[in-house]
Design a protein around this ligand. Sequence first.
Ligand code: 3PY
Length: 252
Amino acid sequence: MKNLKKQLQQGATLHGCWLNLGSSVTAEIVGLSGFDWVLIDLEHGAGTEKDVYHQLQALEHTPAAAVVRIESSQRQRIHRILDMGAEGIMCPRITNTAEAAAVASGLHYPPDGTRGVAKMVRATAFGQNFQNYYQQAKENIVGIVQIETTEVLDHLDEIAALDGIDVLFIGPADLTMALGIFGQFDHPLFIDAVKATVNATNKAGKATGILFFNPAEYARYNSMGIRMIACGADATFVADAARNMANTLQTM
Ligand code: 3PY
C-alpha cells in the first residue's frame, strides 16, 4: 500500500492518470514516471480483469498507488479486484445514496461491510501477510464514487458523509453529457455541479477528484479545491507522442 488514503485525509493534492491499454508494461512505465496514483480502467478500454492482476504486479514496484475502476458496483466485482491487491476502487455512474452505500459496504470486512474474507489471495501475500492486511484494510482502502449523472447531484452531501467513501470523483464527459452540454467544461451548469461536489466533500472532510485531458484546465480545478487530479491516459500519451513524431517527420 502506498498510503493514498492517508495522504488524501491529510489534505494532499495528488496527481494521477488513467490506464486504458490493459498493458502491464505500460503500467510499469507510467508508474515509474512520477504520478502519485494511477487508475486501471475496467469500465472503458482494452483491459480485462486478468490484465488488472498483471498491471497490479507491475505497479507494485513503482511509487504510484493503484486504483481500479470497476465496470459495475456488484459486490463480487469489488471483492475480486481488492483481493488482487488494489489500493482503491472507483465505481462509475452512481445515482443515489443507497448505491454509494453498497459500494462502501463492499470495500470493507464485517462488521463495517460485506467483503468476504480470503487468505489465499495476492492482497494478503497469499496468506503470509493476512493479519496485517486484514487489520489495516479499513484505514488503507480508498472508496471512490463517480459523480457523472444528474440524479446523483441531489445526494452529494449524504454520499460524501458515508463512512467508506473517501472521494467523489467527477466524470466530466458523462456529467456534461447528462446535463445536455457535452464537452462544455466552462458551462455554468457543469461548474455549479463541480462546486457543489467540492462543497459536499469539504463539509465531510473528504476529497473531490476529476479527470481531464488538457493540462491547461489544471489551474481552474486546482483553485476550486479538487485534490485527486488525473490528467490523460496511457492511450492518449501514446497517441499524442506518435502523432507528434509523425507530424515532425512530415516537416523534415
Ligand atoms: C468521464 O469523463 O465521464 C469519466 O468518467 C472519465 O472516464
